[in-house]
Ligand binder design. Sequence first.
Ligand code: GUN
Ligand code: ZN
Length: 665
Amino acid sequence: MEGVKGLINGPTFLRTMLELLKRDGLARIARFETRHGVLETPCLLPVVNPRLITIPPKDLEAMGFQALITNSYIIRNDPALRERAMKEGLHSMLGFDGVVMTDSGTFQSHMYGEVEVANADIVAFQRDVGADIGTVLDIFTEPDWGRERTAEAVRVTLERTSEAAAIKGGMMLAGVVQGSVFPDLRLECARSLSSLAVDVFPIGGVVPLMEGYRFADLVDVIVASKKGLSPERPVHLFGAGHPMIFSLAILLGCDMFDSASYAKFARDGRMMFPEGTFHLDEMKGLDCDCPTCRGHTIESLQGLPEKERTKALALHNLHVSKKEIDRAKRALLEGSLWELVEQRCRAHPALLDALRALAKHKQFLERSEPLSREGAFFYTGPESLDRPSAYRYERRYFERYSKPRQQMSVVFQDAERPYSRVYAKEMREISRRTDAHFLVMSPFGPVPIELDEVYPIAQSVFPRSRDRDTEERVRELMERFSHSHEYGVSMLYEGEPTLEMLEALGEGESTFDLDLARVRAVADYQFGRGAGALLMDGKVELVKSKNTDKIRNVLVNGEHILSMRAPDGLFSLRPPGARRLMRGFATPRLRVVVADDSEPFNREGKNVFCHFVKDCDPEVVPMDEVIVVNEKDDMLAIGRATMVREEMLSFKKGLAVRVREGVKV
Ligand code: GUN
Ligand code: ZN
């Protein structure tokens, strides 16, 4: 077999490397290089059936699709197409200059049984016709298979992936995660794939889950796969082409999608929307303003001749799908992806099940949950309180927070934020009578008054009317609180009667200093239990804003150690503060350890790039303040992490720490 000239001998992609541009949790905007340009993710690859072109590839390109996917098995089995592809290459045959990905025939085996091609042959064919990204002939693991059959299919899929990696040449290879609905098999498959020279990780075998609206199972499958996949390569959700699930899948770290549905549904007379699929014949109005629907009425669209109508619906379906990816991207950039996902998951009860399935994975999701976001926490329903940001607060409150020495606590009802402003007068009145500490029963659980400005507490917006789920959650968390924090007396604030009771109990002069308590509590919350004591050892002075009376800077023994950020109520660390933390917390805690050749740059205040990272505190989360050190644990700089440890060590390109201040020798 003669290949298309110049392509086989192109650059060999040992492994593709994503460059991370923006992230929120597992969701990311990234890009990677291909032989036909840089592909930005998340992105949608329309499926082009070379025997049944609904929208010409050139038109796809004009619509802004940078990549498409076609089927090499169909091309190879059609003598005319096969000859053209071999002679002129896929790009010329399709008339498309963008990225061409090919699938291998696995899907045909899912649809019609066995396929008559060997893995090595179909992979070599994809390579020889110039596919930018080719796919292994994986085994489609069906959800109704038993464990043993599935495990065997995973084993064979991995064997074939190794074989494909050895012959991929200059083509990027997509190695598919199989394992059906067995989380351990998915995880094992994903881990094994990560060690191979695979460039893209499609998650396969999910079409039956999509078709059966088994979205909760889909969530479990994506999570199990993501747990095992090395983070520096793109993840493709194979055969998931409905805008209903894009935001959810993007939230879980899927970077690429393909859609055959846009054309299949169009042939069936069905229109896709993020809210679901609707049959044109049953629709009673047209509210779509996409370039194809614009100017149409429902009657004019329904009245089109069949071929034109199919094309119009296919175009509509593509526009809507593309727009939904853009919508999710925008939400990601603005810090509101969770809100978008929660809204989208209200489109169908099966999606609500998927949203609820996320709660099971909050521990895993919290690992990459940023310390704070620009956007506020908007409550959309009881599921909002299972977001990793709420779980983060709950966990850190119970694990890191220590109560001050007051033996009496007064608990206020939830109110507008920040609580310390709203309850300033009440706290003053109480403090005139006794020595008390203050908490608020927030929907996030108990909030000591000194943590009231911390993200997401102050940055959260809840409806005034509480639903029963939230009531119950608050009750449970308050119960847990009363068992874990030993106040002598704890009482709910109920106005004048409470004041009288407190006066009678008379614990004496108030000694509660909200500002000092805030510095200590936020430091413990942010850096770990004990950080406050380390940082505040000495003579503490606070610089406060004249306008807002909020803490700006913390000085200890005359050294500026911390600055408090108004937007998220958390600290920016300064080198003298970092030095104090380093004395109490052994390496690698709070550290990012870099190679020697990075040292002079970081000391100058230049950013840390992944390539130079040797190690990192496994507890570091995106947006965390970190101390950049060399392998001798000398401080080189202070900055904010953009990644977790595993990412810093896996990515070769891109920013690991945005340095704020270098430390000269
Ligand atoms: N298209 C949809 N699902 C799959 C899959 O599991 N494997 C491959 N190769 N293609 C697919
Ligand atoms: Zn439309």
